[in-house]
Ligand binder design. Structure first.
Ligand SMILES: *Cc1c(COP(=O)(O)O)cnc(C)c1O
Length: 400
């Protein structure tokens, strides 16, 4: 039996784990619905969901049982063989996205890596050049591996790890002119988050997206949408781009796709699927293993059965309305932005102390950049939870 206190565990963690995170000083132990408990039994209302991951809420019996059943049957096979959960998960993903081909990964960054490789290979097969360029957005976030980092529009994250993969140009989000200014005859892809997450909960404007989609069609440049955070129902449609009636050539997905089991995927249209990566070009040992695929299957089943998207529409609209009220009421809040259950409050100052105070009072919030509080709760959240969150947040703001 372990007898260490929470404080002792935290102290010991800092001796054993590489210090790459400034963690909040709690050790989480269990979850129930939209609440988490630390190992001292303190209860927290969770508006983080493990960074937009645990959409279904904690301790979901159907989800847990599906995983347990798969564990008892078969956990891993490698991609040298077929397995039923991966086949059905791919079929379901095709159906909800309208995309044609699926490659399963273990994380979001790995999905972005695959997307970049597919775009480069597609262009290479067309003209044989080896100097293709990708346009990405300032303030974007696509992951921490070298390829994903190379298209991440935050110099602070990149600097110590230069050189990046090269031939990446950065444009301004929601400024089509700056995208156009970066297009050359070597451009093979334009990558962006349909709603920027880490960079500050900034949705791509419809007109901006439509113009990029048209430009991509005209010049046979591949449109790569990163739906890792904003996808899987968070904005009130299964994927955020679906509300605009356009379609990417490649889409990256992860986070809520497995609701906690580490999975990701990149999806391609038939045009790209048939003319890019082929046998020997790309691989992964774990990607789409039976356990990971079982998670995707049960997540997608529960999304449908529990009408998750309907709840996001309803509760997301309520959260938006209440945050608007809050923004109007408090001078320190400059702006509310976001869609559905992916919302941000922009403050004119760092928000770390507000988030720390909220945590003390049993509310888990996270930031997006230093001056924005991000709201990405489990998608099963109800209006009563929004009210509970607001009461705590108000008390913190009144004191700050
Ligand atoms: C989290 C995130 C990633 C990276 O995903 P990991 O699973 O952490 O590698 C990429 N893009 C976006 C938009 C994300 O939010």
């Amino acid at each position: 039996m372990e007898t260490r206190s929470m404080g002792q565990y935290i102290e010991d963690a800092e001796k054993a784990l590489l210090h790459t995170y400034n963690r909040y000083q709690i050790v989480l132990d269990k979850g129930e619905g939209v609440y988490l408990y630390d190992m001292e039994g303190k209860k927290y209302l969770d508006f983080c969901a493990g960074i937009a991951v645990f959409a279904l809420g904690y301790h979901n019996e159907r989800y847990n049982n599906a995983l347990k059943a798969q564990i008892d049957k078969l956990i891993h096979t490698s991609n040298y063989y077929y397995n039923v959960p991966a086949i059905t998960a791919a079929e379901k993903l095709k159906k909800i996205s309208g995309m044609d081909r699926v490659f399963f990964t273990n994380s979001g960054a790995e999905a972005v890596e695959g997307a970049i490789k597919a775009a480069r290979k597609y262009a290479y097969l067309k003209d044989g050049r080896k100097d293709h360029e990708i346009i990405a957005m300032e303030h974007s976030f696509h992951g921490r591996t070298m390829g994903a980092l190379s298209v991440t529009g935050n110099p602070k994250y990149r600097e110590a790890f230069e050189p990046m993969i090269g031939n990446i140009r950065f444009a301004q989000m929601n400024d089509f002119g700056s995208v156009l200014a970066n297009v050359t005859e070597r451009t093979c892809g334009i990558i962006l988050e349909t709603v920027q997450g880490e960079g500050g909960i900034l949705p791509a404007e419809e007109e901006f997206l439509q113009k990029i989609a048209a430009l991509c069609r005209e010049k046979d440049i591949l449109l790569i949408l990163d739906e890792i955070q904003c996808g899987m129902g968070r904005t009130g449609s299964m994927f955020a781009w679906q509300r605009y009636g356009l379609k990417p050539d490649i889409m990256a997905c992860a986070k809520a796709l497995g609701c906690g089991v580490p999975v990701g995927a990149f999806l391609l249209t038939e045009k790209v699927g048939a003319n890019s990566l082929t046998s020997g070009d790309h691989g992964t040992t774990y990607g789409g293993n039976p356990l990971a695929a079982a998670a995707i299957n049960i997540v997608l089943d529960l999304f449908e059965e529990n009408h998750i998207i309907d709840n996001v529409k309803e509760t997301g609209a309520y959260l938006e309305e209440k945050l608007e009220e809050l923004a109007a009421e408090y001078d320190c809040i400059k702006e509310r932005r976001g869609i559905g259950l992916m919302q941000g409050l922009v403050f004119g100052r760092p928000v770390g102390d507000i988030i720390a105070k909220a945590l003390q009072r049993g509310l888990i919030l996270i930031n997006a950049g230093t001056e924005i509080i991000r709201f990405v709760p489990p998608l099963v959240i109800g209006k009563e939870h929004v009210d509970e969150m607001l009461a705590i947040l108000r008390s913190c703001l009144d004191e700050a």
